[in-house]
Design a protein around this ligand. Structure first.
Ligand SMILES: Cc1cc2nc3c(=O)[nH]c(=O)nc-3n(C[C@H](O)[C@H](O)[C@H](O)COP(=O)(O)O)c2cc1C
Length: 196
């Protein structure tokens, strides 16, 4: 069994349609810890020791958030700036996170085609996510492709529930070690492993 830590960040969960459903789906999976950053730290006053201990205690780290301005909501950046300390997460002595797996779980208003090569947003998700990829690399973590829900504004309730169920399946696969990491790394999105 592997353990999964979800670092969840949504600044207005009461208005959320998609992430609320995704979050509900993952709460029941054994081996998954949900750490709701905006709920824990409404003043952005992050408890670095607590966060570092949570990272040490888990095998997979999922950064789960809506895509805001082609990146994450602000608290994720604050979390990175404070928690990923030199000498702990990176640098000559910084080995705490070596070998842990990390990925983004994202919802975007923009549709899939908007994030294709030559699409409306001009860059692919892989290109937008380069800072996360490189941060993982610096910390000697294994960066996996994202799980993405595109086009949230146009999704019907059943479509959203289907994504929530896929997310739950992904979490179950991660906790029960059913993911072939080498295969997963070659995918554009981890959604490809879950086609039903
Ligand atoms: C401040 C803000 C910035 C956003 N930036 C983007 C963006 O860069 N790209 C995009 O596709 N959608 C963007 N969106 C749309 C959100 O990604 C979308 O509303 C969200 O994923 C829906 O999830 P929810 O129902 O859980 O809130 C933005 C929304 C807000 C409020």
């Amino acid at each position: 069994m592997s353990s999964v830590l979800i670092l969840f960040a949504h600044p207005a969960l009461e208005k959320s349609r998609t992430n609320r459903l995704l979050l509900e789906a993952c709460r029941s999976v054994e081996g998954v810890t949900v750490n709701d950053l905006y709920e824990e730290y409404p003043d952005f006053d992050i408890d670095v020791d607590r966060e570092q201990q949570l990272l040490l205690d888990h095998d997979y780290i999922l950064l789960h958030h809506p895509f805001y301005w082609y990146s994450s909501p602000a608290i994720v950046k604050q979390w990175e700036d404070l928690v990923l300390e030199h000498g702990w997460a990176y640098g000559r002595e910084g080995k705490a996170l070596v070998g842990k797996k990390i990925l983004n779980v994202l919802t975007t208003g923009g549709r899939h085609e908007a994030y294709e090569e030559g699409g409306y947003n001009r860059f692919t998700m892989q290109q937008f996510l380069a800072p996360f990829d490189q941060t993982a690399y610096l910390c000697k973590m294994i960066y996996l492709p994202p799980f993405v829900v595109h086009g949230t504004h146009r999704l019907s309730e059943p479509e959203m529930r289907r994504y929530a169920s896929q997310y739950k399946s992904l979490l179950t696969m991660l906790t029960t070690d059913q993911i072939d990491l080498e295969d997963a790394k070659t995918r554009r999105y981890l959604n490809e492993l879950l086609v039903d």
